[in-house]
Design a protein around this ligand. Structure first.
Ligand SMILES: [Zn+2]
Length: 338
C-alpha cells in the first residue's frame, strides 16, 4: 500500500477499519475532504476582496482630487477604510461555518453506525439523534474555547487581521514617502494579495528593497494554515464527541496519512499499543487532531463487532442488569433531557 497516494491510502485504511460500515466512514471522509478543498480559495478570496476595497478607495480619492501623488490625506482616509475592511470578520464567518461542518463530518461515522444498530431494535431513533446533536454542539463550543499559547481562536483570527492591515499600511506608507501615483499604489495592493511579495518585487524592486523585510511573502498563508488547523481540530472534536455517545464505541484509531516521509509524532500515535489494536486509543484518552500544522492524519472510532453488540443489546432489553454499560448509556445518554 506504500505506493498509493496518501489520499487513496487513507480511504483504503478507513474501509478496512469500518468493514460493513465503510460507506458511513467514506461519507464522513468526503464531507471533510470537500470542506478542506474549498478553503484555499475561500481564504484567498477574503484577502482579495478586502484589499480591492482599499484599492478602490484610493482610486476614488484621486478622482475626488486628493492629489496625483500619494500624500497624508490618502493615508488618513485609507487608514479608516482599512479598519473597516479588514479580514477578521470574514475569517470569523468562514471558520464559524467550517467548524460546524467539520464537527458534523467527524460525527457522521459514529452516528450512522449507532443509528444502524438502533434501527434493528425497538428503541426510538429520535433520542439517539438528539444525543448526537448535543454532542456536536458541545464539540463546536470546545473548538472556540480551545486556547493555544494562551490565545483563544478569536484572538488568533484577529491577530491575522492585524498582520494584514500592517502589511497593507507598509505599502501605502511607502507610496506616501515616495510620492507614488495613487493608481500605482492601488495596483500594488491588488497584486500583493494575489501573487505575493516575490511577484511584486519583479515589478517594483525598489519598493521591495525598502519594505520587503516587513511584509510576508504570502499574506493569506498564515490565515489559511490557521483555518486548516482549526478545521482538522474540529473534525477531531466531532469524531471524539460523537464516539463518546455511541454505545458500541471501543476506542479511537489514529490513521496515518501517507504523506509522512520522515517518522514523526504521528507514527507514535498510529503505532501506540493500548491492547485495543494498533494505534487504537482508549475512550477518554483520544489524542487530539491535528498532531502538527498541516497534518493530514485522521481519527476513526472503532466499534464492537456488530453481531456481538446486537446480542448484548438484545440481552439488555430483556434484562437491564445484564449489561451495566448499556444501562448506563441508556440512562445518561439516551434518556438525557436536553
Ligand atoms: Zn500526521
Amino acid at each position: 500500500m506504500a505506493e498509493l497516494p496518501s489520499a487513496q491510502q487513507i480511504l483504503e485504511q478507513l474501509k478496512l477499519i469500518a468493514g460493513p460500515y465503510a460507506k458511513f466512514a467514506l461519507a464522513g471522509r468526503k464531507k471533510y475532504v470537500d470542506l478542506r478543498l474549498r478553503q484555499d480559495q475561500a481564504v484567498r478570496s477574503i484577502y482579495i476582496r478586502a484589499a480591492d476595497k482599499v484599492a478602490k478607495e484610493i482610486r476614488r480619492l484621486k478622482r475626488l482630487g486628493a492629489g496625483s501623488q500619494m500624500n497624508i490625506r490618502y493615508l488618513t482616509a485609507v487608514s479608516e477604510s482599512l479598519r473597516e475592511n479588514g479580514v477578521g470578520e470574514a475569517l470569523t464567518d468562514l471558520l464559524t461555518g467550517d467548524i460546524v461542518k467539520a464537527v458534523d463530518a467527524g460525527s457522521t461515522y459514529s452516528m450512522e453506525v449507532t443509528l444502524s444498530h438502533i434501527s434493528k431494535t425497538k428503541l426510538a431513533k429520535k433520542p439517539v439523534k438528539r444525543a448526537f446533536f448535543r454532542a456536536n454542539n458541545q464539540a463546536v463550543e470546545a473548538c472556540w474555547a480551545r486556547t493555544e499559547r494562551g490565545l483563544h481562536l478569536s484572538d488568533r483570527i484577529w491577530d491575522k487581521d492585524e498582520k494584514y492591515r500592517k502589511a497593507m499600511t507598509e505599502i501605502i506608507q511607502d507610496g506616501v514617502a515616495t510620492g507614488e501615483d495613487p493608481v500605482e499604489t492601488a495596483r500594488q495592493l491588488e497584486k500583493y494579495v494575489r501573487r505575493g511579495k516575490k511577484t511584486l518585487a519583479v515589478d517594483y524592486p525598489e519598493m521591495m528593497d525598502r519594505i520587503g523585510n516587513r511584509v510576508p511573502q504570502d499574506i493569506s498563508y498564515e490565515a489559511l494554515r490557521l483555518v486548516r488547523t482549526e478545521t482538522a481540530a474540529a473534525f477531531g472534536e466531532g469524531t471524539i464527541a460523537a464516539a463518546s455517545v455511541s454505545p458500541s464505541y471501543k476506542g479511537m484509531k489514529w490513521v496515518l496519512s501517507g504523506s509522512h516521509p520522515v517518522p514523526d509524532i504521528c507514527d507514535d500515535l498510529a503505532n501506540a499499543d493500548h491492547g485495543l489494536g494498533k494505534g487504537v486509543w482508549p475512550p477518554g484518552q483520544e489524542p487530539p487532531m491535528p498532531a502538527h500544522p498541516n497534518c493530514l492524519c485522521v481519527l476513526i472510532s472503532v466499534h464492537e463487532d456488530t453481531d456481538d453488540f446486537m446480542k448484548r443489546l438484545n440481552e439488555w432489553t430483556k434484562n437491564p442488569q445484564s449489561h451495566p454499560d448499556l444501562e448506563d448509556w441508556y440512562t445518561n445518554v439516551y434518556s438525557e433531557v436536553a
